[in-house]
Design a protein around this ligand. Sequence first.
Ligand SMILES: [Zn+2]
Length: 232
Amino acid sequence: MGVLANWAEAAACLFFPHHCAGCGTDRLDRQTEICLRCLHQLPQTHFTGHADNPVEKIFWGRTQVQAATSLFFYSQDSIMQALLHELKYRGNQELGIQLGSLLGTVLKNNSRFAVDVLVPVPLYPSKEKSRGFNQATLICQGIAAVTGLPVCTTLLRRNAERSTQTKKDRAERWENMRGIFEATPFNEVPYKNILLIDDVITTGATLEACGQAILEAEERKLWIASVCYSNR
Ligand SMILES: [Zn+2]
């Protein structure tokens, strides 16, 4: 039986080679999408336990956030960029769940993140349909597997795409962002302490717009976390 199982596994590897999403090596366990070498090279921020960290500062004066964090630094031509590309454009959904579980391990038992529910930043419905998944939802599923927190995809909606933003000035763009996201009323989805999840935080504009919609219900409080932080 053992021999047969090994043979079957070897045959599966032959026909469906399993490669690290970071460096492409085939020397990795079947249960993981990232080899140990890449995993150890990922640049951790160590922000999670620290108030006033750079991710929290993004939202100062913009939206009321209880705490915010990102797990890794993002930079061009890095392993992290390769991983995000693999997730978003090559459809490696297992990788999204694994990155989520890494984030979940850090969030778990951290007293600054005492939340009730995980809410993914929604994609435009047309984009989610063509991609086949929302990477932020996969990240939530990975966090949920580690923390036991529920994932709620009905709390926040992204309305259909509006006219192009390219020719608008900053104020007009912001006006255009308003109303893109809509939150379900509190009495329909009565979660109070909401952890909003995205893959990358850069300017924070999308998360800010999501946060504004969520905080329209005064019963709700907002936390933010992402896999990566890009400070470009
Ligand atoms: Zn690797």
